[in-house]
Write a protein that binds this ligand. Structure first.
Ligand code: NAI
Length: 343
């Protein structure tokens, strides 16, 4: 089985080569992203393996289908970059629903602690033998209220971590987990009562710009916003404005709405055109990491193992437990309860 692997980074290769070799899957690693201009590279391949910022929109799907590609293997959990409707009946789509929710939840807490204890400032100071403590005053997380939006795999682990710090947790989820011991509140109440808000829900039409001008107006003055989920959950312009007005105390962003042209690449010698991102990064109370939350050894290994297992199942005509289609999640339409593949 031959797979064209797009948007390759050096850290992807060892685990995919290892599991690919064990299961007779040959990966060709392309640095370029998948898009309309690059889809042609998939000619002669059985499938493509893609990541969060590859373009798998309807025109790309049509091209891949025309080239004979039969399977799209996402090496991530989120799939907002894939037109699953366009794939239906043509190309099977598989994903890695969970690899290390701990990686993302722990990174979220790392960002929060860095921000409230000013570790990023202290690190730079002591490297220059500046041992002054001026301006480094933080605050205790103990006793503060954290509002968690999305109580799935990552959200629930983040809740456990926060409880370990003695924080009071409230949560909102469109599909609350009954009997999970979580204090669910309406979204407006979460905005109004939380000292820290952390986003762990998927990006959808409903959650697009969940944090925007209106919701920020409901928040406590000095609220800390954490986003390790998807960039477009936040209206970055509105966030910037609220930071400038001193209404948002800090923001920690591992994702950004316009990240696809920037993240995962080195622009240190270039002039970055995105003024909103540049202004956010210039703020002393904003920490940006470039979609790094997933990046642990355990997660990389699990991503490769599950992706290869998905491809083997596809090749062997076995049931595809990790297949996605536009019916997925719709209780009345979802086919997987009745048959082993979406189509
Ligand atoms: P999950 O599917 O286990 O949980 C998502 C939760 O969000 C579910 O409980 C669901 O009911 C809830 N939800 C769905 N629609 C909602 C809405 N409109 N409002 C509120 N809640 C809603 O997903 P998991 O594994 O916890 O991942 C969460 C998100 O984290 C993913 O969607 C992905 O975007 C992001 N992620 C980010 C990574 C990174 O490296 N920064 C890595 C992996 C995932």
């Amino acid at each position: 089985m031959k797979i064209a692997f797009f948007d390759t980074k050096d850290y992807d290769i060892p685990a995919f080569q290892k599991y690919g070799k064990e299961h007779g899957i040959a990966f060709t690693f392309y640095e370029t992203r998948l898009g309309e201009d690059t889809a042609e590279l998939a000619r002669g391949y059985d499938g493509v393996c893609v990541f969060v910022n590859d373009d798998v929109s309807a025109p790309v799907v049509e091209k891949l289908y025309g080239l004979g590609v039969k399977v799209i293997a996402l090496r991530c959990a989120g799939y907002n970059n894939v037109d699953v409707g366009a794939c239906y009946g043509k190309i099977h789509v598989v994903r890695v629903p969970a690899y290390s929710p701990y990686a993302v939840a722990e990174h979220t807490m790392a960002l929060l602690l860095t921000s409230v204890r000013r570790i990023h400032k202290a690190y730079n100071r002591t490297r220059e033998f500046n041992f002054s403590l001026s301006g480094l005053t933080g605050f205790d997380l103990h006793g503060k209220t954290v509002g968690v939006v999305g109580t799935g795999k990552i959200g629930r682990i983040f809740i456990d971590i926060c409880r370990g710090f003695g924080m009071h947790v409230v949560a909102y989820d469109k599909y609350p987990q009954e009997d999970a011991g979580i204090d669910y509140v309406p979204l407006d109440e979460l905005f109004a009562t939380s000292d820290v808000i952390s986003l762990h829900c998927p990006l959808s039409e409903e959650t697009y710009h969940l944090i925007g001008k209106e919701s920020l107006a409901l928040c406590k003055k000095g609220v800390i916003i954490l986003n390790t989920s998807r960039g477009a959950l936040i209206d970055a312009e509105a966030l910037l404005e609220a930071i400038k007005q001193r209404r948002v105390g800090a923001a920690c962003l591992d994702v950004y709405e316009e990240e696809s042209d920037l993240f995962f690449r080195d622009f240190s010698g270039h002039i970055v055109e995105d003024d909103t991102l540049a202004r956010l990064i210039s703020m002393p109370n904003v920490i940006v990491t470039s979609h790094q939350a997933f990046l642990t050894e355990e997660a990389l290994d699990a991503i490769a193992e599950t992706t290869v297992a998905n491809l083997v199942a596809f090749r062997e005509g076995a049931p595809l437990g990790n297949e996605l289609c536009y019916h997925c999640g719709r209780v009345e339409d979802c086919q997987k309860t009745r048959r082993p593949r979406c189509f």
